[in-house]
Design a protein around this ligand. Structure first.
Ligand SMILES: [Zn+2]
Length: 220
């Protein structure tokens, strides 16, 4: 069987199984456990557009009868997980051609399975994000600000709540259809500064795609 689980879907399955683990711990009622399993299995299936019978069987968490088996089960799924397609330095340099001295990401993070590619350039104080949207590489260069929103530091992508050193308010300069001088628009939101950890938590690409379309002035 080929890899068919996207990284964010895997993160979602992982989260569902943590929930199942709590149900096992907190409930002695078999019916409660069975109902929770069926509910979580439905939620997992709803993340996929189409699945073969074998794939459905692999994702069938209702078969798990022992919480001690959960970690093994999660690990067994890893071989079916795939991340964003490989990106070359040439592609990244082209993507961020407006950056005068672009610091490219560490080679070590390029090899990891991930939802999006994110890295920080400390010298420019920017967080770079690259993502493959339906075969098209999109990017944004976000200036990390010291502004703390009243709502606190919650990552827009993975909903992680962290301190200012973990989740920061960032502001990417957006493309506009107006080419006139001084035409620019800026938006802001909070993001994890550690993109690797964010990639382990993100369970939906909805916000990421919405922001990238907005920043790059792409019609929905
Ligand atoms: Zn995050």
């Amino acid at each position: 069987m080929e890899a068919f689980i996207k990284k964010h879907q895997y993160n979602y399955i992982n989260r569902c199984l943590h929930e199942l683990n709590s149900t096992f711990k907190n409930s002695v009622d078999k019916n409660v456990i069975e109902t929770n399993k069926a509910y979580l299995y439905e939620k997992i299936l709803s993340m996929f557009e189409s699945l073969s019978d074998r794939q459905k069987e692999l994702l069938d968490i209702t078969k798990i009868d022992d919480p001690l088996f959960i970690d093994k089960y999660i690990a067994s799924l890893v071989e079916y997980v795939y991340g964003m397609p490989e990106v070359t330095n040439t592609q990244l340099t082209k993507l961020f051609k407006k950056e005068k001295k672009l610091k490219l990401p560490d080679k070590s993070i390029l090899d990891l399975k991930k939802v999006y590619l994110g890295w920080i350039d400390n010298s420019s104080g920017k967080l770079f994000i690259a993502y493959n949207l339906n075969g098209k590489l999109l990017g944004m260069a976000c200036r990390v600000t010291s502004f703390t929103p009243k709502s606190g530091n919650i990552c827009t992508l993975c909903n992680h709540i962290g301190s200012e050193s973990e989740v920061a308010f960032v502001s990417p300069l957006c493309k506009t259809s107006d080419t006139g001088e001084g035409a620019y628009r800026s938006i802001g939101f909070s993001l994890c500064l550690d993109s690797q950890s964010c990639n382990e938590r993100i369970t939906s690409v909805e916000q990421l795609e919405r922001i990238l379309k907005d920043v790059n002035n792409i019609d929905k």
